[in-house]
Ligand binder design. Structure first.
Ligand code: DX5
Ligand code: ZN
Length: 226
């Protein structure tokens, strides 16, 4: 079975915040396609992480596009700031905005790729009316808030159902998967239809982030076929 190129998006949530430039450079050498930035506000999710100034600083050192995952209440209030700071992709949780169509249009209007994110308990049907407008869909395979959690197995079937839904709407938008991705499940999520794999702990939780990125990328792209 052949797959399109699978992109690895290391999540800096598990990187060393005192050495972000060094850690970004390491995963880029390992073949990262995107740098995944987890923004948490202590309201929508229980944890607080980083915001606009860190995205602005990362933009100066990153060669890869910045994939900014907003886990915040009222995301509309911050879209312009993240766009100006250099986000190349911005994703919002459907659970955080009653006007998803407006929010997605706002992101695209700023020249940024727009994604919708689904929590594990959120049904895929919520995307029915918006699917054709999305640049990508992010399926959470853990409950958002923390790195290093275990992959929720039902996420595999959910990715399949998102792929079917997008197909029904004539969309070939990529599906990104986030949470608990490692060498043990990467092949399965790619088989299910994911083409962007976020990984935090599996990359920065090792002594060699460059090598871990390369290993995940090689596995996910099924190098055995080559
Ligand atoms: C979870 C974040 C993820 C997280 C992934 O709330 O959205 O991006 O950092 O980390 P791992 O790969 O460790 O589950
Ligand atoms: Zn994330």
């Amino acid at each position: 079975m052949t797959h399109p190129t699978v992109q690895i998006a290391p999540s800096i949530l598990s990187a060393d915040f005192a050495h972000l430039g060094r850690d970004v450079a390491a995963v880029e050498r390992g073949g990262a396609a995107l740098i995944h930035v987890d923004v948490m506000d202590g309201h929508f999710v229980p944890n607080i992480t980083i915001g606009v100034p860190v995205v602005r600083a990362l933009k100066k050192v990153a060669g890869c596009p910045l994939d900014v995952h907003l886990m915040i209440a009222q995301p509309d209030r911050y879209i312009d700031d993240f766009a100006k700071a250099g986000a190349d992709m911005l994703s919002v949780h459907v659970e955080t905005t009653p006007h998803l169509h407006r929010t997605i249009a706002h992101i695209k209007d700023r020249g940024v790729k727009a994604g919708a994110v689904l929590n594990p308990s959120t049904p895929v049907t919520v995307l029915d009316e918006i699917a054709a407008d999305l640049d990508f869909v992010l399926v959470m395979s853990v409950n958002p808030g923390f790195g290093g959690q275990a992959f929720i197995p039902q996420s595999l079937d959910k990715v399949r159902r998102v792929r079917e839904l997008l197909h029904r709407h004539g969309s070939t938008a990529p599906i990104e998967i986030d949470g608990g991705i490692d060498l043990s499940n990467a092949a399965a999520v790619v088989d299910a239809g994911a083409t962007i794999l976020v990984a935090g702990n599996a990359i920065f939780g090792t002594a060699d982030a460059e090598g871990a990125t390369r290993a995940l990328r090689t596995l996910a792209n099924g190098v055995a076929r080559a």
